[in-house]
Design a binder for this molecule. Structure first.
Ligand code: ZN
Length: 399
């Protein structure tokens, strides 16, 4: 393992609270929970921040459609999300920040961008000049334009300097919430909120005047693979425009979850929700096992069979851990940790754990024979307590 720096800063893009928490959300936050747990096991002091996009077009549209007050819808969904995460044993972020509670800081950041000459206005809406950052565009310009318009952008608006320029501040529309500011009465755009919340929580409220020499503001910026563009590209450009250094040293994007061979999406109406599964009595640890048993960047499928398989694996682990004594290897726990650390190979690490649990359900002679094949050091008897605590620390499985 590489050296452990004492402070390690992770920012993960949070939910827009109107359809929480489907399995795609859950898989994403579980993957970052594994990274959080791994960094803690390495001895790092993890600073973990996550936003809540509690003011955004999809939320306002849903509230409007359902005749509900947008703030009530957001608050209910945030509570539901927090309960789901607790059920799945996701360690809560140190900072869990709703955008609507950071409006003054967002306005200050926008004023700084205006002062630096990075902005222009069209009919009261404030835009960011993305052109100086296009060298790091993560995809072809033609694809970028297409995806930008599919994910909330407005490439065709007359008057834009560059079609990819993102909105920073929307002038107030009738019937929509807004806040007074030197930029006019309005509300923030999507991308700037993450740049500002990440910087103020993980670098410091005075980030605009800090001149600390470091490679990047954050150690890790994370989210689902649907955030690579435009969201992470835009928030990184904005973060760099604000403080002059790279926004994050590393980016991790998690795969999407499909259902029975199809993409899971709002438009197909086939979203599966964590709260519904838990209400049906599904064991949260089996659900957690099923969702982490793939590598982070793979798109994966969800099905009843996958859940049933996880239930069996969790039952085997519980049977082994409930024994008075188990067989283990002198290097077993380190082997699990190393396996995970190589490319965040959760699947590989869980496979070893499963083989260990199954071997321990055999006769003594066969157990030793099977465990000797695992390259986990000298086999000996042990109490399962330490292994149980380790499984909880690394995988978040309380069994
Ligand atoms: Zn974000």
């Amino acid at each position: 393992m590489t050296d452990v720096s004492s402070d390690w800063r992770m920012y993960v893009c949070g939910i827009t609270p109107y359809d929480a928490t489907h399995l795609g959300h859950a898989a994403t936050y579980l993957n970052f929970d594994l990274i959080n747990r791994y960094q803690k096991l390495r001895g790092a002091t993890v600073h973990f921040s996550e936003n809540i996009t509690d003011i955004d077009d999809p939320l306002l549209e849903r509230a409007n459609r359902d005749g509900q007050e947008w703030k009530t819808l957001a608050d209910d969904q945030i509570d539901l999300f927090a309960r789901d995460m607790q059920g799945l044993r996701v360690l809560p972020p140190e900072h869990f920040v709703p955008v609507t509670e950071t409006i003054p800081q967002l306005i200050s950041a926008l004023e700084a961008l205006v002062a630096k000459g990075y902005t222009y206005k069209i009919d009261g809406d404030l835009y960011f000049k993305i052109t100086p950052f296009l060298d790091s565009l993560p995809l072809a310009l033609e694809d970028a334009l297409k995806i930008f318009s599919e994910r909330g952008g407005d490439p065709d608006r007359i008057g834009k300097e560059n079609p990819l320029d993102p909105l920073l501040w929307l002038a107030n529309r009738p019937g929509e919430p807004g806040w007074p500011s030197s930029l006019g009465h309005g509300r923030p755009g999507w991308h700037i909120e993450c740049s500002v919340i990440a910087l103020m929580t993980l670098v410091g409220e005075d980030y605009l005047s800090l001149h600390e020499k470091r490679a990047a503001s954050l150690d890790l910026q994370g989210g689902g693979s649907d955030l690579i563009f435009p969201h992470h590209f835009m928030s990184a450009a904005l973060g760099k425009a604000l403080v002059g250094i790279d926004f994050a040293s590393a980016y991790i994007h998690t795969g999407m979850v499909g259902l029975d061979g199809e993409k899971m999406s709002k438009s197909k109406g086939n979203l599966v929700f964590v709260s519904k599964l838990l209400a049906q009595g599904i064991d949260p640890m089996a659900l957690r096992y099923a969702l982490i048993n793939s590598n982070f960047n793979e798109d994966r499928m969800w099905s009843k069979v996958i859940l049933e398989d996880a239930e069996i694996k969790v039952a085997n682990l519980r049977s082994t851990l409930s024994k008075v004594e188990v067989f283990t290897g002198s290097n077993f726990l380190n082997h699990l940790l190393l396996k995970y650390s190589h490319g965040l190979d959760t699947k590989g690490a869980l496979e070893i754990l499963e083989k260990w649990a199954l071997a321990n359900l055999l006769s003594e002679e066969l157990a030793i024979e099977e465990l000797s094949k695992l390259d986990i050091g000298e086999i000996s008897n042990a109490s399962p307590g330490e292994i149980s605590r380790f499984i909880d620390s690394l995988f978040g499985l309380a069994l």
